[in-house]
Write a protein that binds this ligand. Structure first.
Ligand code: ACM
Length: 545
């Protein structure tokens, strides 16, 4: 069984498997309806396996049921000729992850959308799989702000995540270069902030421009559809509205949000190049009220009960440049009025405002590790991106943490040395480097380590102009990441990378069937290269921080 991510335990007795075909029936106990619908739709389409309803004791049938002796996301899949295939889950999510395993057991054609031939002989190998995830939060960040990913692409990524047993999609919806979510009370966020007239092609030092307009946004119904599609797959969608930095697009639409006593914000446009803009939000009541209005609509669109982590709202908080606040009389006055020490404390006050605002509405704030600076309310969670240090500090202070250190799981970073990598940026982070990533920082006590909710891979898209480029950077490394997040792997040095590579041989065939434009092990295909487009490779090993 060449499964990815690797399950906890497998029994594979010799002998015939369970034959499946057009007459195979499916019995689904109450509570397993999502897996039932998914199996019919997916295996029905791919393999001509309609899985019509049948009794629980049908010969060689498929059975789905809940078993409260298992943990909520755990499952046990058994296949025995005569008896059939049974998936027991501790909860509905466990059954769903078991269904993902069943798909992998049926071969690469199970990952297509229509059958290749009318009636292929199908068989599930006899045996048993016992499985449960190591981490509860197994995330992927898609930066749909720098380059927009149309709705269809997001739905496709939700399917790819489900196939890898990932369960949190963090959508980075706003940045200097674009605003991607319709907010009804502020129409200029979509009329003005959702597009730019041209785009820097390559790293910001590149002389190249793509001179065509770029943009797009999700309507409120698109968001509802994405959230529901995700929930059907036991995936939580965590929206990020990045404040108070990374906000030039919003300021271009509503100039009163910026530091109007320092710059002529009415002259700003959506940013067309990369880096960290100095145009940050003004720390005024106008700004607070505006964003409360944004978050009111966000809370409506992302209901807290959609999936396990749907109560979380990400407020960014990273990389807020302070030069404008240093110059602004308005900001200085605010610092004095609030009795704060400096601009850093002002940022902490700003984030604290939304922490209290969200908590009062039964939600939990999550932000990048900069939000730790200046103190944080107890319920807030931290996404540790600047290495491990933020995660360690947060866990020690009793905050829940999602580990996504840039030196391991920023998948926009290049995955091989050499000139062939398209627009190479950052450190070389190979498939093996990702496989040997350890999410739990060394040195935490058991109690502190319990605050590590899990881990997340982040795909920033400054140099990823379309979904083929996103595929190239994300895969195959997301498969290694999924195994790190799900499987009970030993310490990094002891991980059996050769065995992972062996299983990847089967997994590449699945990715081919899914139409994923991954980086082949031998390097990019000709059309995956971007000759002449400057990146910014960083030489040497990443800092071990
Ligand atoms: C980040 O990479 N600025 C979170």
């Amino acid at each position: 069984m060449e499964l990815i991510p690797a399950p906890r335990a497998v029994e594979e007795p010799a002998g015939p498997g369970v034959p499946l075909g057009p007459d195979t029936t499916l019995w689904a106990a109450p509570g397993t309806e999502r897996a039932e619908r998914w199996l019919r739709a997916t295996l029905g389409a791919a393999l001509n396996l309609p899985l019509r309803p049948g009794p629980p004791d049908a010969r060689d049938g498929v059975r789905l049921l809940l078993d409260d002796t298992l943990a909520p996301e755990a499952y046990r899949l058994t296949a025995a000729p005569g008896t059939g295939v049974e998936i027991r889950g501790g909860g509905p999510a466990g059954v769903f992850w078991g269904a993902q395993t069943l798909r992998q057991l049926l071969g690469p054609d199970a990952f297509r959308r229509a059958p290749l031939r009318p009636a292929a002989a199908l068989s599930v190998p006899a045996g048993a799989v016992e499985d449960a995830p190591r981490f509860r939060w197994r995330g992927l960040l898609l930066d749909v702000a720098r380059h927009f990913m149309p709705k269809e692409g997001v739905l496709r990524y939700l399917d790819l995540m489900a196939a890898h047993k990932l369960n949190v999609l963090h959508l980075h919806l706003t940045d200097d270069q674009g605003w991607r979510i319709e907010i009804r009370r502020y129409p200029k966020l979509t009329e003005i902030a959702s597009w730019r007239s041209r785009t820097k092609f390559g790293h910001r030092a590149s002389p190249l421009w793509d001179e065509k307009p770029h943009g797009g946004y999700y309507t409120q119904d698109d968001i509802r559809e994405i959230v529901a599609y995700a929930a059907e797959r036991h995936i939580s969608v965590v929206p990020e509205i990045d404040v108070p930095g990374h906000s030039q697009a919003a300021i271009a639409a509503y100039p009163e949000l910026g530091n109007t006593d320092v710059v002529d914000t009415a002259a700003l446009s959506v940013w067309d190049t990369w880096g960290i803009s100095s145009n940050v939000l003004a720390p005024t009541d106008t700004t607070l009220r505006f964003y409360e209005g944004v978050f009111e609509e966000v809370l409506e669109l992302f209901p807290a009960d959609a999936a396990e982590f749907s109560g979380f709202v990400h407020v960014g908080g990273d990389e807020c440049r302070k030069e404008q606040w240093t110059e602004s009389v308005t900001a200085k006055t605010r610092i004095a009025d609030l009795g704060l020490t400096d601009e850093d404390a002002l940022q902490s006050w700003f984030i604290g405002h939304f922490d209290a605002w969200l908590a009062a509405r039964g939600r939990r704030l999550i932000g990048w590790d900069e939000i730790l600076e200046g103190g944080l309310a107890p319920g807030a969670a931290v996404a540790s991106w600047r290495g491990y240090a933020g995660g360690i500090a947060a866990a020690r202070a009793g905050h829940d943490v999602v580990m996504c250190p840039e030196q391991y799981v920023y998948l926009d970073h290049r995955q091989a040395p050499g000139d062939d990598e398209p627009v190479p940026i950052g450190f070389v982070r190979t498939l093996e480097d990702v496989y040997r990533f350890e999410p739990v920082p060394a040195g935490l006590t058991e109690e502190e380590a319990r605050h590590v909710l899990g881990t997340q891979a982040n795909v920033w898209t400054e140099v990823l102009e379309d979904s083929a480029r996103v595929d190239y950077q994300a895969f195959p490394r997301l498969a290694a990441f999924a195994e790190v997040a799900w499987s009970p792997l030993p310490a990094p040095a002891d991980r059996d990378y050769a065995d992972f590579e062996r299983r990847m041989t089967a997994h590449y065939r699945r990715l081919d069937a899914l139409g994923v434009a991954y980086r082949p092990p031998a390097g990019p295909r000709p059309w995956q290269r971007r000759p002449g487009v400057p990146g910014r490779p960083i030489e040497g090993p990443p800092p071990n921080r």
